[in-house]
Design a protein around this ligand. Structure first.
Ligand code: DX5
Ligand code: ZN
Length: 225
């Protein structure tokens, strides 16, 4: 049985010169704020880092879902937990010992998430689920917003949902990339219960309304599925 759907707007699609206002626009509607940290090494793109997260943390009460697309997450991830992030997710491809880092993050005060990029199979990581709070399946290749949703990634979502259900685990199953009104239902039907949406929220005239619409579609897909 899945938990209530979480909608996590990605500020990657927001106006970086007005970040506090942009987060304010989803206050009361969004469950989490998704913060994409990119280092120009793990992915070619470069975005924001710890000082921005520390400042933004003071401007909102919405929990932060930090998505680290960086090399050497062992060195940097705990700082985001200490800065007050609710959940810190690092990439499987960048981490040699995910269980150890998950423990470090929990000790530093956040939830711990593991992300699986487009070209990485999920099977080797299923046995790590008991040590994680969040498993993020990329539904694009990590690195840029505004890409097209890859429905073939939903096979991974189904595999993870089966394992979570079989072992009765409390793990959020998150999808990230190309999630919008025309794709969120299929992700929900496959078993996702947390949804990152950048363009679909910040590209909309009314971001808060877009969040509510997406949540309704996700909840509806599950009750009919
Ligand atoms: C891309 C990021 C995503 C991105 C999603 O690597 O991890 O969170 O912001 O953007 P959309 O929703 O536009 O695909
Ligand atoms: Zn992301």
């Amino acid at each position: 049985m899945e938990a209530k759907p979480i909608i996590a707007p990605s500020i990657l699609a927001a106006d970086f010169a007005r970040l506090a206002d942009e987060v304010g626009a989803i206050e009361g509607a969004a469950d989490w704020v998704h913060v994409d940290v990119m280092d120009n090494h793990f992915v070619p793109n470069l975005t924001i880092g710890l000082p921005v997260v520390q400042s933004l943390r003071k401007s909102t009460s919405i929990p932060f879902d930090v998505h680290l697309m960086i090399t050497d997450p062992e060195r940097w991830a705990p700082g985001y937990a200490e800065a007050g992030a609710y959940n810190v997710t690092f990439h499987a491809e960048a981490c040699e010992n995910p269980v150890a880092l998950a423990k470090t993050l929990r000790a530093a005060g956040s939830k711990a998430g593991l992300a699986i990029d487009r070209d990485t199979p999920v099977e080797p990581y299923l046995e790590l689920l008991p040590y994680l709070d969040t498993l993020l399946i990329m539904t694009i290749k990590a690195g840029f917003g505004g890409q097209k949703f890859l429905p073939e990634m939903l096979e991974k979502v189904r595999d993870v949902r089966r394992r979570i259900s079989a072992k009765d685990l409390e793990v959020r199953l998150e999808v990230d990339g190309g999630i919008a009104a025309d794709t969120i239902a299929q992700a929900a039907e496959a078993g996702a219960d947390a949804f990152v949406a950048g363009t679909a929220v910040y590209g909309a005239a009314d971001p808060a309304e877009a969040v509510r619409h997406l949540r309704g579609l996700a909840a509806g897909a599950r009750s009919s599925g």
